[in-house]
Design a protein around this ligand. Structure first.
Ligand SMILES: Cc1cc2nc3c(=O)[nH]c(=O)nc-3n(C[C@H](O)[C@H](O)[C@H](O)COP(=O)(O)OP(=O)(O)OC[C@H]3O[C@@H](n4cnc5c(N)ncnc54)[C@H](O)[C@@H]3O)c2cc1C
Length: 441
């Protein structure tokens, strides 16, 4: 049969780089489909492929196959249903576009990540989430989707389909998302207050916050004894709020952090001093703002790169884990010192097979290095991984971790079902790169 190539195929071989240049892979073909037929032909024509979103994952999950399908030209809003508040988009649409479309109609999605440049395909595939007592990862707001499976057929999946809990967070290994329909909620406004709170104080109070607030985030400042607590409560849009902006010098935080953390490559212990200085300078004021969830809580511009890990643990285990984390990060027996911030967020339990919140209310804890090119030597990543694994913690699929199938399998009750389903849907391993083969072997 004559192979029909999408007209937008780039014939040249090339190199693919993740957003912070930490991961790179050569590819033989880069395809940019513009419609579903072209997406289907792209999948059919490839022996082994990955679909690429915006490349903002720290895990090696987006490339590493001879064929790459880039979703940047497959990025339109398909339809909007005013009656049901549902929006259908092509999977290359960014979260920024989706939220703009929703907010223009007085709608929102109630749990947004801290980044709006990600594609919805990439975000769903990896279990991308925000924070709130009652909220879920973005994928839970998908009510139906069309996926292109390994044999090139298109499958429509809705909430009544038994595949839905598997497909919602599936790293593109069951098929690639074509279009996705989201169930939006009515737009609401928040009064958001941010301030530094001592560890003693926030650890005594955080358990009731998910019930009391619509947005709860603790930007933990390791080695300082403080967290930067961000709490958002729902208000009427015309409710008067006395806003307090951050001091003007705050804009220099990233620059100074970068300068200080550079020194921590050779002298990891210097992190303690750097964090204390950064805390005093940049995390000792109070900010009050008002806006939508998107307007008031999602970062719109990111000047510097970083490398990220994130782990999730059952809510009831968090106190014990946090005490041990703190103790081990402070211990002089190792070189595991952690840069600011370690982001602590909350999710409601769900039934998505590979969700970090599967079956339990969950606390997620981030870990970053500001020196991405030295991430391999950053001992905090290893400490956090071994500690969370010992508490049954689950890694964020898009972020950095070393565990492979043997360590991952016991963490998710539906792991074996997922692995079996993957083998049935993709018997030739079309959607696996080397990293994903080690995860799902
Ligand atoms: C600065 C920063 C902040 C972040 N903040 C958050 C946060 O607040 N919360 C959170 O949970 N995560 C966060 N992340 C992680 C981020 O949401 C994920 O890495 C997300 O997957 C990135 O989307 P992307 O479009 O760049 O996807 P990519 O990294 O390009 O791809 C991710 C995965 O999705 C697959 N994929 C892409 N498109 C499709 C498709 N159409 N069908 C099937 N599979 C597909 C890829 O093959 C790959 O496996 C953050 C990352 C960064 C760099």
């Amino acid at each position: 049969m004559k192979q029909i190539m999408p007209k937008t195929e780039q014939p040249n071989e090339g190199m693919w780089f993740s957003w912070n240049n930490i991961i790179s892979h050569s590819y033989r073909r880069l395809l940019r489909p513009e419609n579903e037929n072209e997406l289907v032909e792209a999948v059919k024509s490839a022996g082994s492929l990955r679909m690429v979103g915006n490349g903002q994952s720290s895990a090696d999950i987006a490339a590493g196959t001879p064929t790459l399908i880039d979703s940047s030209n497959y990025a339109h809003v398909v339809s909007v249903d005013e009656q049901t508040r549902r929006i259908t988009v092509q999977s290359g649409v960014t979260l920024r576009t989706l939220i703009a479309e929703a907010e223009a109609r007085g709608w929102t999605l109630p749990c947004l990540p801290d980044i709006d440049t990600v594609t919805v395909g990439g975000a769903l595939a990896t279990g991308t989430h925000g924070t709130s007592g009652g909220a879920h990862p973005l994928a839970e707001y998908m009510v139906s989707c069309r996926i292109v499976t390994a044999d090139g057929s298109v499958r429509e999946i809705d909430e009544s389909d038994e595949l839905m809990p598997a497909v919602r967070c599936s790293l593109g290994v069951l098929g690639v998302f074509s279009t996705i329909t989201f169930q939006c909620h009515l737009l609401y406004h928040l009064r958001v207050e941010e301030r530094a709170v001592s560890d003693l104080e926030w650890t005594a109070s955080y358990r009731r916050w998910p019930a009391d607030y619509d947005f709860v985030r603790i930007i933990w400042l390791p080695h300082t004894g403080y967290g930067w607590v961000v709490l958002g409560e729902r208000i009427e849009s015309d409710f008067p709020v006395e806003e307090r902006t951050a001091p003007r010098y705050i804009k220099h935080r990233r620059e100074l952090s970068k300068l200080l953390y550079k020194r921590t490559v050779r002298r990891p212990r210097f992190t303690r001093l750097a964090n204390k200085a950064l805390r005093r300078l940049f995390f000792s004021h109070r900010v009050v703002s008002k806006g939508t969830l998107y307007g008031a809580t999602v970062t719109k511009a990111r000047a510097s790169t970083l490398e990220l890990a994130e782990w999730a643990v059952a809510l009831e285990k968090f106190d014990e884990l946090f005490a041990e984390l703190n103790r081990r990060l402070e211990s002089a027996d190792n070189n595991a010192y952690a840069h600011i911030p370690m982001d602590i967020r909350f999710l409601k339990g769900d039934d998505t097979w590979l969700s970090t919140a599967y079956g339990r209310d969950t606390v997620t804890v981030g870990c970053v290095t500001r020196n991405p090119e030295h991430a391999d030597e950053y001992e905090a990543f290893d400490l956090v991984e071994s500690l969370f694994l010992s508490y049954g913690g689950r890694p964020h699929w898009a972020k950095r971790f070393k565990a492979k199938s043997a360590e991952l399998a016991p963490l998710w009750p539906r792991w074996n079902d997922f692995v079996r389903l993957r083998r049935t849907m993709d018997p030739e391993d079309k959607f696996l790169n080397r990293y994903l083969s080690e995860v799902f072997s």
